[in-house]
Design a protein around this ligand. Structure first.
Ligand SMILES: [Zn+2]
Length: 696
């Protein structure tokens, strides 16, 4: 029988003993020695080759054989030769990647690993960010497996790598060393400036130093996170500094001229100029983040949320946050931002409106109305609704304790001083189909997987604590975030696809409801089991911008049933035209999201904007269905020729009549030009169903 060996690129080649002999002879020559036929035969007698042995394995055996035959100098030379070739191969690979990246259609498509979320351009800076990604992945895996071996033994560590390689699980943000995302309290900065996190700016003392310092602080904090940075206190602090300068009742005379320069600006203009400075600065590509903009989130609160979160808060001058002025400032910012977005493509901040509900309605009528008004004016933002204001976790200085139903957004803003240290995602579709293939009850199989991902997350946590002990994590030390209040997040992907495989209809029906409750219930059960006073877990249906596409591709290649090119990030099928608007709220309502402690946002895609009354009606629907986190997406039009931006989806530029148009919509969490989506995501975006308004 002819023997085949497996080359490094995975290809088969018929085995030739001559090649090994040649390599051994060369190794002897390289140290000024000569290998006789007999010597070579002795060495070869120690090498065993079976069909499909890898080149790597043969070389390992030759190395050991040289040592066993006591040709130490030759063995050393042989190892060095291998090492050099390994390095050459790595450089060749990187070079090939570099060329492919330069030729790719856009930055998201060119990225091989974990395309950076909010990179708009493809250039030298983004390329520099891409190149070390594979090394980071290897390093992160090594650090995790070393710790897993320490804590749980080699079997668990091997199982983890095996599940990763077989795509049963996916480690998010493996290309970065930093912990994932955080909602920070800015209090340490307010008191002491940036020195405690390694900066040199003093505490802000006036409106100008607040606004300038805020931008720098957000850049610094973001450079130490791999994901989003939420500043839920942003407007509250800004309000304080405006009050210090212009009086707490400044909003009552916003049209007053307060600028002594030639410009003679009114107070309102002074304030919106600061908005402009902050928002445009933070939307800039950032050097320290390989040309990614900072992923910045903010929150708005109704009166009840505000009181619940900040009633015990005290500013450095002993004053308390003032609701009346903050109320004005929040609305002013939202209106300004909505208007500004017709001038320029502004992705950040991602905004969340927090509303308390009572008896099926927003309790703060004024804010319920205002929220509907902003949606009707075409603004795009998230709304978080809860019947308990404590379900937004808050800053460590405040009284609010994170409840069992503690909420941490990895997508949008919310909560003070919380977030997610690390996300590890389970590919439910593959797990459930694999169990079925092997005639296992999928519950048992999932039990094992869910248990393992908790162990991996605990190992991650130990590594993070070590980093902190070495002084590498000043955000924690300085109190911007808190180790115990950050979650370890178990992500899920492919839930809808797994249900489809089991023959369950994806609609609000008892079978689907039971399935969702059961699957997410298993995760929730382990989240509670592994919870200690220092460690908390939550479960999130991850946005899966990139991995939704990857899972579908990998699973299809492995012969599993895969119905679409990108796994859903919702409880319904995004291209399903049979579901109406109410159905979608129900499918993201309390029955389905009960165990999703880390949040899931409903993205309701609409063909066109609704009226204020219609949005008010939908807020009521959301409350009644228990859908606590949602947004509406209506694609905006951008003219590629004249730059005109329109809040509606149009086929022709209303300004210059051009048909060369691009559209803005949420890829998942944030708005982006569709042309900057990765190619597979562009395909998915084209299939999204936008509900016609006649459904209401
Ligand atoms: Zn135009």
């Amino acid at each position: 029988m002819e023997l085949f060996i497996i080359k490094r690129d995975g290809k088969k080649e018929s085995f030739s003993v001559g090649k090994i002999k040649n390599a051994i002879a060369k190794a002897f020559l390289s140290v000024g020695s000569f290998a006789t036929q007999e010597v070579i035969t002795n060495i070869l007698s120690r090498v065993s080759i079976t069909n499909e042995t890898t080149v790597e394995d043969i070389q390992n055996q030759v190395e050991i054989a040289l040592m066993a035959e006591r040709y130490y100098a030759v063995a050393k030379s042989y190892m060095l030769y291998r090492q050099k070739h390994a390095e050459d191969r790595e450089v060749t690979e990187k070079l090939k990647f570099l060329i492919d990246y330069c030729d790719a259609q856009n930055a998201a498509t060119g990225s091989k690993f974990d395309a950076n979320a909010n990179v708009e351009n493809k250039n030298m800076a983004t390329l520099i960010g891409e190149l070390p990604k594979s090394n980071f992945i290897r390093l992160n895996r090594r650090m995790l497996t070393d710790k897993l071996k320490d804590m749980y033994g080699k079997e668990v560590s091997d199982r983890y790598i095996n599940l990763l390689n077989e795509h049963f699980i996916y480690k998010n943000d493996e290309t970065s060393l930093a912990n994932y995302c955080a909602s920070i309290t800015m209090y340490p900065w307010l008191i002491g400036g940036t020195t405690s996190i390694g900066g040199n700016s003093k505490a802000p003392t006036n409106l100008k130093s607040f606004c300038g310092g805020f931008i720098n602080m957000v850049f610094m904090v973001s450079s130490m996170l791999s994901g989003a940075c939420a500043t839920p206190e942003f407007l509250m602090y800004m309000n304080y500094f405006i009050g210090l300068e212009f009086g707490e009742d400044y909003y009552l005379h916003a049209d007053k001229i307060v600028d002594s320069s030639k410009k003679q600006r009114a107070l309102d203009k002074v304030i919106t100029d600061y908005f402009e400075q902050i928002v445009y600065s933070i939307n800039q590509p950032t050097g320290a983040r390989n040309f990614q903009a900072v992923f910045w989130n903010i929150s708005y609160y109704d009166k009840y949320y505000f009181e619940s979160l900040f009633e015990n808060f005290v500013f450095p001058n002993e004053s308390k946050p003032d609701w009346n002025s903050l109320n004005w400032l929040q609305k002013r910012f939202m209106k300004w931002f909505n208007m500004e977005r017709t001038r320029s493509v502004l992705t950040f901040p991602v905004e969340t409106m927090a509303l308390l509900t009572e008896n099926g309605e927003p309790k703060d009528k004024e804010y319920g109305d205002f929220t509907a008004e902003m949606y009707a004016e075409g603004h795009s933002f998230f709304t978080y609704m809860s019947d308990n204001a404590d379900s937004l976790s808050s800053c460590c200085r405040l009284r609010n304790e994170i409840q069992d139903n503690g909420f941490s957004y990895t997508l949008g803003a919310g909560g003070v001083s919380t977030g997610s240290k690390s996300v590890l995602t389970i590919n439910l579709n593959r797990c459930i189909q694999h169990a079925a293939r092997n005639s296992m009850p999928y519950q048992f199989y999932l039990d094992e997987i869910v248990d393992l991902v908790h162990k991996v997350q605990l190992a991650y946590n130990e590594n993070l604590k070590n980093m902190k002990a070495k002084g590498m994590l000043p955000l924690f030390d300085a109190g911007y975030i808190n180790m115990g209040r950050q979650y370890l997040t178990i992500g899920v992907n492919g839930l809808v696809e797994a249900a489809e495989f089991l023959g369950i209809e994806i609609s609000d029906n008892p079978r689907y409801e039971n399935f969702v409750q059961q699957i997410l219930g298993i995760v929730e059960d382990y989240n509670k089991r592994y919870r200690t006073k220092d460690v908390m877990f939550n479960c999130e249906m991850i946005p899966a911008e990139n991995v939704g596409v990857k899972h579908a591709k990998w699973d299809r290649e492995a012969g599993y049933m895969v119905k679409r090119d990108c796994y859903n990030s919702y409880f319904y099928i995004v291209e399903d035209e049979s579901l109406n608007i109410i159905d979608k709220f129900r499918l993201h309502g309390h029955k389905y999201i009960e165990h999703l402690t880390g949040g899931s946002a409903l993205h309701l895609n609409l063909e066109e904007h609704l009226s204020k009354e219609q949005y008010k009606q939908l807020l009521r629907v959301a409350t009644q269905e228990g859908c606590n986190y949602f947004t509406f997406n209506i694609p905006n039009t951008v003219c590629n020729d004249c730059g005109h931006i329109n809040k509606r989806k149009l086929n022709e530029c209303p300004s210059c009549k051009s048909k060369n148009l691009d559209y803005l919509t949420r890829i998942i969490g944030y708005m982006k030009r569709v042309s900057n989506f990765s190619q597979p995501r562009q395909k998915e975006a084209a299939q999204r169903h936008y509900a016609p308004v006649c459904q209401l």
